[in-house]
Design a protein around this ligand. Sequence first.
Ligand code: FES
Ligand code: FES
Length: 170
Amino acid sequence: MAKKPITLTVDGVVYTDDVEPRTLLVQYLREELGKTGTLVGCDTTNCGACTVHLDGRSIKSCTMFAVQADGHDVTTIEGIAAADGALHPMQKAFHESHALQCGFCTPGMIMQSIDLAQEHADPDEATVREHLEGNLCRCTGYQNIVKAVQAGAKEMVDGPAASTTEAGAA
Ligand code: FES
Ligand code: FES
């Protein structure tokens, strides 16, 4: 199948590539750009492990083709820490609230939670659970994830995280 040229920004870097029209965005991110922090946990658009931001809003990158991201701005879990390595407030909150066990769902959970926090600075439990409906966790029982999202949302409003923990631990 003939490849199509695309140009997009991923985690602040502009990429131009030729991709097959059938290539999913998550495949492109992982296999072409090496952004393996974005995971694939299903083939039915159910799990949310592949969640990234497209122009600042969360999307499931297994549910869109790379060619559809042409001209857009994509942010992955690997692009949210500060330039000095300080964790994003939501990453820090997940870490401090023990909101992960195996960690497979965590990148998608964090990307979805940042999207939520942009609209709800002080979300109640019901709001968090509703917004995370499309993100599945097989380990935690969700209780600490809810706490983390509430803490992370507050910290996003209050200002940058003071943490100097190295990025990538999410
Ligand atoms: S891999 Fe995208 S929703 Fe499961
Ligand atoms: S921590 Fe294992 S799937 Fe969520």
